[in-house]
Design a protein around this ligand. Structure first.
Ligand SMILES: O=P(O)(O)OC[C@H]1O[C@H](O)[C@H](O)[C@@H](O)[C@@H]1O
Length: 528
């Protein structure tokens, strides 16, 4: 297509949201009108499915749950007055709490203000708060946030050492919808011990964000934690940024949560329109379907040209891959659906993997995120008449063009500025696109059955460890791995036992391995 025809195609397909100043350009996805027409029946169904979901239908059949994240930014849409009231009240409680913490009305026992936050959570209970903190945190926030999003002891130590002198003024948010996920539970126990080590009463620093009556909620209640905020069963972890999960940490950091909700609401209104060409989420879903043949054959590479949006791709990774990555469709057919997402930021990645994008295996489509405002205030000139921001903008256009010339498709999302309203809008845009795409390919976007397999297997390993250690402690003589496995009633799990022992041995946990480490089967083991 020549330049003139492309310019025409750009204009034909350009979506612009006036209120948000947001543009979506899908002109560099090479679908034609016949393709769009062929998807019309699927889209009609997707729009109808979405309308039902918003009305409170059981959109997550496996878990028999409603899917209501859209109600969080427009509580009047909630299917019952009770739910509406609950959403409104929780929001008010969050704002009141954040204000009291920031003004010092709520303060730690030994300091006049809280200065820092440790946010403990994983998956949907971490990625939204992390993305939003990176995108929107003030240069000098009222409280500075830090995250524990794993059960890595060294990672926990690193953070606690860093905060050692500030622990007495550090608020702890424990975020877990289920209230039973091992990683945040471990993080909480470790942090609690650290507080005890500094003679600090953890309960006076701790806040729980979890489902009412979860294990975490019970602990928080019994121990009299500072505050508890509810998570609802009709909000999935990966769509929970606009619930207490995202709003509590954001409000504490001085982020305008009403503006974030407003931006999401405006985008929800725009993406409710039952017409592909004028609905930006539908345009995204259409483009994804085109790129990957409705089977996820191409990966989504997300490149925001703005440092503060660095974590958007990581946030989208969970939203898209946990929602769409499914073995079965809604009729029980094996379909192996999904779209792989990765990315970092431009122009940084131009000096890393963009080489492959331009010339290598064509197994992706790019999403470029453009921010029109370079910075607040004037820019210095780097070259005569040229600023750093001009370079960034030029690099974005350059990448888009170079990719297109080599038959690599791209989408460009443009926002005027990174602010609470546009970040809320971006989140809502992708939430809806995922929902629509899920309908197009007929899968349940709101469950995650595959995650359970790994969790169960891990629990089995920990159970095996307990059995093996119990056997070792009773034994006087050193045992071979085979002998130990047999005595532990796990003859078919020698490899797992070997790995457990090697880990315990390295960490001096009362287990000694001896022999030739090149030949694991020659090793003997005893309790030390
Ligand atoms: O918030 P939680 O209940 O602790 O869950 C945290 C995360 O863990 C799970 O394994 C799920 O796959 C995620 O969707 C979820 O966001």
């Amino acid at each position: 297509m020549d330049a003139r025809a492309l310019w025409q195609r750009y204009q034909n397909w350009l979506y612009f949201h006036e209120g948000l100043g947001l543009y979506l350009d899908v002109s560099r996805m090479r679908f034609d009108d016949a393709f769009v027409e062929s998807l019309r029946p699927k889209f009609d169904k997707a729009f109808a499915d979405m309308a039902q979901l918003e009305k409170g239908a059981i959109a997550n059949p496996d878990e028999n749950r409603m899917v209501g994240h859209y109600w969080l930014r427009n509580p009047d849409l909630a299917p019952t007055p009770e739910l509406t009231q609950e959403i409104v009240q929780t929001l008010e409680q969050i704002e009141a709490f954040a204000e009291k913490v920031q003004t010092g009305a709520i303060h730690p026992p030994r300091a006049s203000r809280f200065t820092d936050i440790i946010s403990i959570g994983i998956g949907g209970s971490a990625l939204g708060p992390q993305f939003v903190a990176e995108a929107l945190a003030l240069d000098f926030p009222p409280l500075k946030i830090h995250f524990i999003d794993n059960t890595d002891p060294a990672g926990i130590d690193h953070l606690l050492n860093h905060l050692r002198n500030n622990l007495a003024s550090t608020l702890v948010l424990v975020i877990s919808k289920s209230g039973g996920t091992p990683e945040p539970r471990n993080g909480m126990i470790e942090v609690k011990k650290a507080y005890a080590g500094h003679n600090l009463d953890f309960a006076q620093y701790a806040v729980a964000i979890t489902s009412p009556d979860s294990n975490l909620d019970k602990v928080a209640k019994e121990e009299g934690w500072l505050a508890r905020f509810p998570m609802y069963d009709w909000v999935g972890g990966r769509t929970s940024e606009m619930s207490a999960v995202g709003l509590v940490p954001a409000a504490l950091q001085g982020i305008d949560i009403r503006a974030m909700l407003q931006g999401a609401k405006e985008m929800d209104d725009a993406t409710r329109v039952a017409d592909v060409k004028t609905n930006p989420a539908a345009l995204l879903a259409l483009s994804w379907y085109f790129a990957g043949n409705g089977k996820g054959e191409k990966d989504m590479v997300v490149l925001p040209y703005k440092d503060s949006l660095l974590l958007f791709s990581r946030y989208l990774q969970q939203l898209v891959m946990e929602s769409l990555g499914k073995e079965k469709d809604l009729d029980g057919n094996t379909v192996y659906q999904g779209i792989a997402v990765y990315g970092n930021k431009g122009s940084t990645d131009q000096h890393a993997y963009v080489q492959q994008l331009r010339e290598g295996v064509p197994n992706f489509f790019a999403t470029l995120i453009e921010v029109l405002e370079d910075r607040q205030g004037p820019s210095a000139e780097i070259d005569p008449g040229v600023t750093s921001g001009d370079y960034l903008s030029g690099f974005l256009q350059g990448s888009r063009q170079a990719l297109y010339e080599n038959q690599r498709d791209s989408i460009t999302v443009t926002i005027p500025q990174v602010n609470a309203r546009t970040v809320g809008a971006l989140i809502a845009l992708y939430e809806r696109a995922v929902g629509l795409y899920a309908s197009l390919v007929n899968i349940n976007a709101y469950h995650q059955p595959g995650v359970e397999a790994g969790k169960k297997a891990a629990a089995g390993i920990l159970d095996l460890q307990t059995r093996v250690v119990a056997v070792l402690q009773k034994e006087k003589a050193a045992l071979s791995l085979e002998e130990l496995a047999e005595k532990a009633g796990a003859s078919d799990q020698v490899e797992a036992i070997y790995k457990i022992l090697r880990h315990l041995h390295t960490n001096q946990r009362g287990v000694v391995l001896q022999g030739d480490f090149h030949k694991p089967s020659s090793l003997t083991v005893s309790a030390s």
